[in-house]
Design a protein around this ligand. Sequence first.
Ligand code: TYD
Ligand code: MG
Length: 456
Amino acid sequence: MSGKNREKFLFVCQSCGHQSPKWLGRCPNCDGWNSFAEERVAPAAPAGRPGAPAAAPCQLRSLTAARETRFPCRIGELDRVLGGGFVPGSLTLIGGDPGIGKSTLLLQCMDTLAEKAKVLYVTAEESVQQVKLRADRLGADAEQLYLLAETSMARIVDTARDWQPSFLVVDSIQTVYSHELQSAPGTVSQVRECCGKLMQLAKGEGITTCIAGHVTKDGAIAGPRLLEHMVDTVLYFEGDPSYPYRILRAVKNRFGSTNEIGVFEMAGSGLREVANPSEIFLQERPEGAPGSIVIPSLEGSRPILVELQALVSGASFGTPQRSTIGIDHKRVSLLIAVLEKRVGLPLMGQDIFFNVAGGVRLDEPAADLGVVAALASSHINRPAPPRTLFFGEVGLTGEVRAVARPDIRLNEAERLGFRHCYLPAGNLKNLPEASRSLQLTGVGSIAEVLEELFLS
Ligand code: TYD
Ligand code: MG
């Protein structure tokens, strides 16, 4: 065998795809431990020109734009996240933890799409019988919905080419394999190769394709993160498994915005759309409890009222405990320091637990004022006044800064019967005139609002 064509073995990090000629304990790229596995790398294609002649360049202004068509699946929350439905011939990845509901979502939307077009659902994880059981729970029985239990990529591609479905689902990318590679299904090279094949299929045949992919926290299986740059649209399905709510987020979308979210509830008969997330997230709120604060948070263009809960208690001993769920740990630490320094609340030695109720994840600075109010309320052990909410970004000097879209936050609060809102003075100045049932108080610094409510 000549040296050039010899098979090449490399060690590949299974979480980020970094390659190394020798085994490493820690990946220098993603800092993952024990993530390298040996994989055979296909010999590179011989150098030279490709056989087909080069295409002639075309003038941009001479092109006429094709009118955008979409296939809405009539699950409103999903259509909104996609930007109005599936784009024909696009490749969409739905990622999420195992058991979060990816297969359920795919089956539900394919069931509606199959009323009008042929759908091929390739199940590489479950048997056809198992999918049938799920379909019965969901009431899915569209005539043109076909199942195929198959894990070989070559056979999937052949069937799809022969059959020409309008939609193809591959559930999941980690369990299909290409026989051209020797590594096990789910490894980085397999996942990449199979995704590449599906991309060719989608673009070549115009088949709208969806892939389900698992993400694991420890990166044990090649994560869909690897595929993000290969596909057109990446949606993440997330939620706390102990709550029924699931949030669908677009992480990348070549055909729409990445700001939109879809909210679902996992029920006995599948996923139900949640049209009024605020009502659900506030349902079990303990009114008049110290440490509980409502904020109008913005997810994409959509305002959602969520409850923040803080528990501040005397530290038992040694280093105080800090734990947060649903919000950045560092952001809360920063706000604790601001409270300590600017308002003089002695929080440094206290155990502090912080939670965003309902399994929601917040990453918006507009939540700051609510966080500060929740901490102060729990520390002083005095509840916030009833039907009151807070929003605003807090800076290091304790100033409250204006945030985006105060109007739609206030409209949502009003709709749900809130009476009073503390908001940045900067926002109050520029608010369009509207008659509101909501009393508005503009604040310039956290000291103003805390002294009025908790410290006097
Ligand atoms: P599934 O779609 O199989 O998750 P994934 O494909 O992301 O691994 O959904 C799994 C969970 O959803 C499972 O714990 C059962 C629950 N479930 C319901 O609560 N109601 C239903 O109607 C269905 C189909 C599933
Ligand atoms: Mg599944």
